[in-house]
Design a protein around this ligand. Structure first.
Ligand code: SF4
Length: 357
């Protein structure tokens, strides 16, 4: 739980963004998890005598609950956002997956002890999730006039509204998960307060995970974190909106025909894209990023280019005009920022940082 420098969590007026982790620990879900920074972070802590064993619970992985006092910090953030008259964003979770439900072991490995360990972890995560829903609900009920979060504290003389609106100061809750199929774990009354996002990294993860996110209903926004981008991704089928009924139509995912569910709109509202950083970063071709920006533009979806990554590769014609390293045929942009996160160093057409309304 902390302030974060992640660019897409910046407040609407440039104030700080935040991260909140109801627990620490996770198990890998897809290609984007290969170099999980959260796992590395915890591995360092383990060596220091520290914290959380990563991986499946039945294989010894841990989920360590965050304290109640830490979980209460967002109330302070909400007050500060109100004082600064801006909307600020909370990224949840950065060191785990808030919609994870730990798997049971395969039948051949199932023992009473392992079943109990998994059930214990599930119960603990359910309790932490319930606490998170209370926090999201509580921080959304703040009076913009006199500030109190609880009805009981509200100044009797204040005529201000009890419920903060999306055009009023407060917190936006961004739940980023690799398990969007578990969206129903978020209670119905919480969903309008939440931006639900999933991460994809290549075409395979896009084809499998985007339809799972599109199935989620009742959320404020659905968003994609296309990061780390490790291959070209064609999102056109997944972002396309039917001009007749506003219906998105990913072929082969149950939305082949227009209006199969009576015309309810299903669309992606925001896309974040970025290359991988860190010592084992996989190359990210600048052209793949450019393609995502173009696809978003054509579909009318706001796009946020976060970073080009530690190994941004470029074609020969683009490399010719840029500071570069490597060899012909395998040029990399030579950037000063180790994550490729300083947009002053990027090709001009990639300097795109948009948000949903
Ligand atoms: S889902 Fe996120 S936190 Fe969990 S292993 Fe994958 S990258 Fe790491």
């Amino acid at each position: 739980v902390s302030e974060t420098s992640i660019e897409w969590t910046r407040g609407s007026k440039g104030g700080p963004g935040y991260t909140l982790n109801p627990w620490l620990g996770c198990a890998k879900a897809h290609a984007g998890c290969t170099n999980c920074y959260a796992e590395k972070h915890q591995a360092v802590n383990m060596r220091k005598g520290g914290k959380v064993q990563w991986g499946e619970v039945w294989q010894g992985g841990q989920r360590v609950a965050t304290s109640a006092s830490t979980m209460a910090r967002p109330f302070q953030w909400a007050r500060e956002a109100a004082a600064a008259d801006e909307r600020r964003r909370v990224f949840c979770a950065s060191l785990g997956d808030v919609l994870e439900v730990p798997d049971m072991p395969p039948f051949a490995r199932l023992t009473a002890d392992l079943r109990e360990a998994v059930n214990r972890a599930r119960a603990q995560m359910d309790r932490q999730r319930a606490l998170l829903w209370e926090v999201i609900w509580g921080t959304s009920r703040m009076c913009p006039e006199c500030g109190p979060l609880e009805e009981a504290e509200h100044d009797r003389d204040c005529d201000g509204p009890r419920h903060i609106g999306f055009d009023a100061p407060g917190l936006d809750w961004l739940l980023l998960t690799k398990r969007p199929e578990n969206w129903a774990l978020v209670p119905e009354h919480i969903r309008p307060l939440v931006w639900l996002g999933t991460s994809i990294s290549d075409q395979r993860t896009a084809d499998e995970w985007v339809p799972r996110l599109l199935a989620a209903e009742g959320f404020r926004y659905r968003f994609l974190s296309v990061e780390p981008l490790v291959g070209p991704v064609d999102l056109t089928r997944l972002l396309r909106v039917c001009p007749a009924c506003d219906h998105v139509g990913p072929v082969g995912a149950g939305f082949v025909n227009c209006c199969p569910d009576g015309g309810a709109a299903r669309r992606i509202d925001w896309v974040i894209v970025g290359g991988e950083s860190g010592s084992k970063a996989r190359p990210c071709n600048v052209e793949w990023v450019r393609s995502i920006v173009r696809q978003c533009r054509e579909a009318g979806v706001p796009c946020f280019v976060k970073q080009l990554g530690a190994e941004p590769s470029v074609a020969a014609n683009e490399a010719a005009g840029m500071r570069r390293r490597g060899t012909p045929g395998a040029w990399r942009l030579a950037l000063n920022d180790p994550k490729g996160g300083d947009w002053a160093e990027w090709p001009e057409d990639l300097r795109v940082r948009e948000f949903p309304p």
